[in-house]
Design a protein around this ligand. Structure first.
Ligand SMILES: Cc1cc2nc3c(=O)[nH]c(=O)nc-3n(C[C@H](O)[C@H](O)[C@H](O)COP(=O)(O)OP(=O)(O)OC[C@H]3O[C@@H](n4cnc5c(N)ncnc54)[C@H](O)[C@@H]3O)c2cc1C
Length: 303
């Protein structure tokens, strides 16, 4: 028999956790379904900047469990299950995993986005052996070592600064002729003696047999002990399987109430079109989507 809820939330990042918290506070039965550890991309960030209430920034591994605890306290439930498919069942939606079927009248899609892969030789084989997406996890292992960061946006800049706290030197390999990170990050990178930027560089290969020993770019090999890849984000929408039309950026189009084109389906956080891509805006989205889902369940109307 299906477990019945008012609202299912797909994804347990900051958007999904806040959606769960808000839905529970509105008196809705809500289950947050997430494919991996709750917290999403923020979980591994050493210092989330710009989140209200934390003047000096806050670590993701502190903020996310606090939010999860707050949501649980309010009555939200959690299940570590990856949503493979959303199945329509009349006016309800079902998610089935190997053990359980979860059913609800509304679903908030908050599956976020995953860091893109470079797709070069060595990347897959050396993942966890020097190739990483998590600066805060691996910086302590790279004390006094040489580190390469690939990318040119906010994430690359921010994580290079985290790594520079431990590594002897950090080089950012940027494909373009300039960083696209916000000016505030660019200024910090320029001012940091331990960080160098190489522009117009495309990585061809990650070198090493058992562990990373270097990278190859433009015909030249450079030695390094770790490679951190931040070349953009790909929205996690594969499980939607044509259920709705995605935007040109692959994200879920929504209206001002975060309603998708399909009745009962809402989207929140960086999986939706027009997301500001920040922790604060994603949390705000989660709250707004829960309020809109509550109103939908109350009135049963759509548009
Ligand atoms: C390196 C880096 C540094 C950043 N630094 C900052 C910062 O300093 N300040 C700031 O404001 N923002 C920062 N951001 C942006 C911030 O991480 C995002 O805005 C925020 O994580 C978006 O939250 P979200 O909940 O929408 O998505 P996500 O964090 O991506 O969470 C989505 C969750 O859904 C899960 N999921 C995916 N698919 C499924 C599925 N099919 N079924 C179930 N669960 C699924 C994922 O496993 C994940 O747990 C940074 C991002 C990166 C990558």
């Amino acid at each position: 028999m299906a477990k019945e809820f008012d609202i299912l939330v797909a994804g347990g990042g900051i958007a999904g956790l806040t959606a769960g918290l808000t839905a529970a506070r509105l008196g809705r039965s809500v289950q947050v379904l997430t494919g991996d550890v709750l917290g999403g991309n923020l979980l591994s960030i050493e210092k989330i900047e710009g989140f209200p209430g934390f003047a000096d920034g806050v670590a993701g591994y502190e903020l996310c469990p606090i939010t999860q605890g707050q949501a649980a306290e309010a009555g939200a439930g959690f299940a570590m299950t990856e949503v493979i498919e959303l199945q329509a069942d009349g006016a309800r939606w079902n998610v089935t995993d190997p053990v359980e079927t979860y059913s609800a009248g509304a679903v908030i899609i908050a599956t976020g986005a995953s860091i893109k892969e470079l797709g070069v030789p060595g990347e897959e084989a050396l993942r966890g052996h020097g190739v990483s997406h998590c600066a805060s996890c691996d910086a302590p292992l790279l004390k006094d070592k040489v580190v390469a960061v690939v990318g040119g946006g906010d994430s690359a800049a921010q994580e290079a600064l985290t790594l520079a706290g431990a590594a002897s030197s950090v080089t950012i390999y940027c494909r373009e002729d300039a960083l696209i990170a916000k000016a505030v990050y660019q200024a910090r990178i320029e001012a940091h003696a331990g960080i160098d930027v190489r522009y117009g560089t495309t990585i061809d290969k990650i070198l090493g047999d058992d562990v990373v020993t270097g990278i190859s770019a433009g015909g030249a090999d450079m030695e390094c002990d770790g490679v951190f890849i931040y070349i953009g984000l790909a929205p996690n929408t594969g499980f939607l399987n044509g259920l709705l039309d995605l935007g040109a950026d692959g994200r879920v189009p929504v209206d001002e109430d975060l309603r998708s084109q399909v009745p009962g389906l809402f989207a929140a956080g960086c999986v939706r079109t027009g997301s500001a891509g920040q922790a604060a805006s994603s949390a705000g989205d989660g709250a707004a989507a829960a309020i809109a889902a509550d109103a939908y369940l109350e009135g049963g109307t759509w548009r």
